[in-house]
Design a protein around this ligand. Structure first.
Ligand code: GLU
Length: 456
């Protein structure tokens, strides 16, 4: 069989969203799986709705997700140009070819594609006019996901509008022919167009590509397809929030496909090996932001220190915490690495680590109400100050042992001391290991903060 050539064909008319990313990914995976070629083609014929900003976002988002295209804008290839707006000459040439076969005619300034078959006029109640119906055999689509699908085209359709612009169906098919596309993998919303496309391929005497229509992504709750306006739909947002692109890719793979066992977090190399079109589910996949957050956490935990620190730097810089970062890089590093296993997503870092970088940190009133009313919290703080002024702040275990000994002496638990200590030092009741936090903050800060709480 000849080399597989697939294409991702987005239109730059809106933000790059989860659905587009998944379509691109499934094309990319299939190309990798088969040793084929992944083409990026920009369908930018809708001049009123295209913007350069959206176009740039397509390039950036694909690159960020690691979906490198083998042919297309910026990288070139033998079948360019790869922007439809630059292919007018090719469309003209193909229109002439079709005209020469007698399969076109002009009506009211537009150019129609003429179906083969017996014709008769009928009155269409819905459109309130007489239309010409064609007795045409159904187009058969052997869809690799949907199975055999038959659809009849029974009316001629416009291929060039009266303003001279060719329509989507025409340019889409001409491009797939001239770019030698062997497999069309796209959203199920295009299944209803496919019979028109098959008719055009045949009229051009071109081989019909193999089709795979991917089921929809349903919105998180309720019926209906996820749209660009739904919460969590935009790839750009995840990038801003410090999500890890490999985690998003892994999550997207599982939206409609699975490896056949229960594995979820999987190296992309393994997915490439196992991925195939018939393995894609026929049923719609429901978006689940908790699952995505969970996947992100799994990747975050395994992120190498250097990558994590550069991610943290980006996020903290955006949160205007650059002073903290520049003042003491070793301290910054220690705080971030202490937090890495504790957070679900890098976006939590500014808030999670705030008290490491300022004495003016927030004291959560609910935590105060809970912690500073039980027993005699001030007595416990006084005892802690006494014990900790003798402790070795480089040794987490020793600090913990001395707090445990203090608790035991007073018939209390470690938790009773931990709660007041944590509240005094960080203003909250969540955080990293208490003594690791002490070690990184250092004796002076820890004791000062406890004293301040005592005096307040
Ligand atoms: N430009 C179309 C879209 O944005 C792609 C059509 C196709 O993949 O054939 O949905």
């Amino acid at each position: 069989m000849s080399q597989v050539r697939v294409r991702f064909a987005p239109s730059p008319t809106g933000f790059f969203h989860i659905g587009s990313a998944r379509t691109a990914l499934f094309n990319w995976l299939y190309a990798k799986h088969t040793g084929g070629v992944f083409v990026l083609r920009i369908e930018d014929t809708d001049q009123a709705r295209n913007t350069d900003e959206y176009l740039e976002l397509i390039y950036q988002s694909l690159s960020w997700l690691g979906l490198k295209w083998d042919e297309g804008p910026k990288v070139g290839g033998n079948y360019g140009p790869y922007l439809q707006s630059q292919r007018a000459g090719i469309y003209k040439e193909y229109l002439e070819k079709l005209k020469a076969t007698g399969r076109t005619y002009e009506k009211d300034g537009a150019i129609y594609f003429k179906l083969l078959g017996e014709r008769h006029e009928v009155y269409d109640e819905h459109r309130k006019k007489t239309v010409t119906k064609v007795k045409n055999a159904p187009a058969v689509i052997d869809d690799q996901i949907r199975g055999r699908v038959e659809r009849v085209e029974d009316e001629d359709f416009v291929i060039v509008r009266s303003d001279g612009n060719p329509v989507f169906h025409f340019v889409n098919v001409v491009d797939d022919i001239t770019m030698n596309i062997t497999h069309v993998i796209r959203g199920e919303d295009h299944l209803s167009n496919t019979s028109k496309h098959v008719e055009l391929f045949k009229a051009f005497g071109a081989p019909v590509p193999s089709y795979a229509h991917i089921p929809l992504i349903l919105k998180q709750v309720g019926p209906g397809k996820m749209s660009k306006r739904d919460q969590g739909a935009l790839i750009e947002d995840y990038k801003k929030r410090g999500y890890i692109p490999e985690a998003i890719v892994n999550f997207l793979c599982l939206l409609g496909w699975n490896p056949g066992d229960n594995r979820e977090k999987m190296p992309i190399e393994d997915i490439i090996k196992l991925f195939d079109l018939p393995g894609i589910n026929q049923s719609n996949a429901r978006f689940d932001d908790k699952k995505l957050a969970h996947m992100n956490l799994a990747y975050l935990l395994e992120l190498p220190q250097d990558s994590f620190l550069s991610l943290a730097t980006t996020i903290l810089t955006r949160a205007n915490a650059t002073d903290a970062l520049l003042a003491n890089p070793d301290y910054f590093k220690a705080v971030m690495l202490l937090s890495q296993p504790k957070i679900k997503s890098a976006e939590e870092l500014p808030k999670y680590t705030a008290y490491f970088f300022t004495e003016d940190y927030i004291h959560v009133p609910e935590v105060k109400a809970k912690v500073m009313t039980k027993g005699d919290p001030k007595a416990r703080l006084t005892e802690l100050i006494e014990v900790l002024s003798q402790s070795d702040f480089t040794n987490d275990i020793a600090m913990e042992e001395s707090i445990k000994a203090l608790a035991a002496k007073n018939n209390l638990g470690f938790g009773d001391y931990q709660a007041v200590a944590r509240y005094a030092v960080s203003g909250t009741n969540v955080g990293p290991s208490l003594t690791a936090m002490f070690r990184i903050l250092g004796r002076d800060k820890v004791l000062n903060r406890m004293q301040k709480t005592l005096d307040s």
